[in-house]
Design a protein around this ligand. Structure first.
Ligand code: NIG
Ligand code: FE
Length: 418
């Protein structure tokens, strides 16, 4: 048995605890379960008690001498951040495209000329499993250093069975080699492979008949994602892929309405997707449909910034009753970052979320977007002790002092990793 850990005297403890189970929307996104002079008691990697320091002092009076004590005076303490949308496993790097975009070439033009996702696909196909593990581990360390303790990870830089499986197996192996939790998503339909241009339906058939069964059989993914976008997959093709995934037990997610309005948000609601991502150009009807179906909007303001586009209508979505989560979209093209704190800052600055909403979107709602709300996303008895102590006094300061890494310490399942 490891020593209990007692984090006490927090300047502010944002537990994110709530009676409401499931994705939060409207005013529920502002309820952070705040405790002044708060305390968390951890044993065996699990939160055993949360309350005021006085309450825990009394409750654990006869155990205090055994515990490792962490003095959190002057510090905000929150659950570990959750990043519900990443493309973290990839080969190579695309810094030249960054320059090209600044010189005026568009993201889609680069991709259609064989760069973009296709360039990373070539580099990922060429990389060995060991090389991918090595590169990815460095990114996972970087997530930890930014207070992120759980991430989702997508395949999609293979677009053939061999490399899609390689990416997913790399995630599985990383689960044994790294403390961060990775929730895997199959995204074989991340782009149309160049040799299938004009024969998209054939690729969709292949994905459904040859890839999905193996991914499901080897239990390599929980979710199934598709890039539903003009010039990539139509809503009809996307629907076929997502419905097929459902038959194999994979829950749908969608990259929707990123570049142009295309009915992606509507489709997400129709197929019962757990979340729709991007949504920069989502229509009013699509937003309404998502509010009604309870589909989470996973918004990626760092991607919008990086592509120099206007961010999604986060404020409006919350006001209309959509549950919002936020994410880095960590990938080598449109958002090469691992910084969820920056994403929270941008959620406030470019989407007008309040500081409290941004924290909910990066913790509890993010956990809901990857079906991990029973284990992570809030500090409640019985949940994983995934905890961040910040060099700020309260959650407003966390969002206000932007572009700075305020992380002081991070615990993953009760083990200090930063
Ligand atoms: O979510 N939009 C499609 N996919 C990724 C970008 C991947 C890349 O450029 O490599 C995204 O932004
Ligand atoms: Fe993405």
């Amino acid at each position: 048995m490891t020593k209990p850990i007692w984090i006490k005297h927090t300047a502010q403890l944002a537990t994110l605890a709530s009676e409401v189970k499931g994705p939060r929307s409207k005013e529920k996104m502002s309820e952070l379960g705040l405790i002044e002079d708060g305390s968390v008691w951890i044993e065996d990697g699990i939160v055993q008690a949360v309350g005021t320091t006085k309450e825990l002092e009394e409750r654990f009076a006869d155990k205090v001498h055994e515990a490792e004590i962490v003095d959190a005076s002057n510090h905000l303490v929150t659950p570990g951040l959750v990043d519900p949308h990443t493309h973290v496993v990839y080969g190579g790097s695309r810094e030249r495209e960054f320059e090209m975009r600044l010189e005026g070439t568009s993201y889609m033009d680069i991709m259609n000329a064989g760069g973009g996702i296709h360039a990373t696909t070539r580099m990922t196909r060429e990389a060995t499993e060991e090389e991918l593990i090595d590169q990815t581990k460095r990114r996972l360390d970087s997530f930890f250093s930014q207070g992120v303790t759980t991430i989702e990870g997508k395949s999609g830089y293979g677009m053939n069975l061999e490399t899609e499986l390689k990416q997913l197996r790399v995630m599985k192996k990383l689960q044994e080699q790294h403390a961060i939790d990775i929730v895997p998503t199959f995204m074989g339909a991340h782009a149309v492979p160049p040799d299938f241009k004009g024969r998209e339906d054939e690729f969709v058939n292949q994905l459904i008949d040859e890839m999905l069964p193996v991914v499901a059989e080897e239990k390599l993914a929980e979710f199934n994602d598709v890039f539903c976008e003009k010039g990539v997959y139509t809503p009809e093709q996307s629907e076929r892929i997502l419905e097929a995934g459902k038959r194999f037990g994979l829950t749908p997610k969608i990259h929707a309405d990123e570049i142009e309005p295309y009915g992606g948000a509507e489709l997400a609601a129709k197929v019962g997707a757990i979340s729709a991502e991007h949504l920069l150009k989502a229509s009013a009807e699509g937003i309404k449909a998502m509010a009604e179906s309870g589909t989470i909007a996973c918004l990626l303001p760092a991607t919008a910034l990086y592509l120099r586009e206007e961010a999604a209508a986060g404020r409006r979505m919350i006001d209309e009753g959509v549950s919002v989560a936020i994410s880095t979209d960590c990938n080598p093209g449109s958002s090469p970052t691992t910084s969820m704190p920056l994403v929270m800052n941008l959620a406030c600055i470019s989407m007008r979320l309040t500081p409290a909403e941004a924290l909910t979107a990066a913790t509890y709602n993010a956990a809901c977007a990857i079906n991990r709300q029973e284990n992570v996303g809030s500090l409640e008895v019985g949940k994983q002790a995934d905890i961040v102590m910040w060099n700020v006094k309260n959650y407003q300061e966390l969002q206000y002092l932007f572009g700075v890494n305020h992380v002081k310490s991070v615990w993953k399942k009760g083990v200090k990793v930063v």
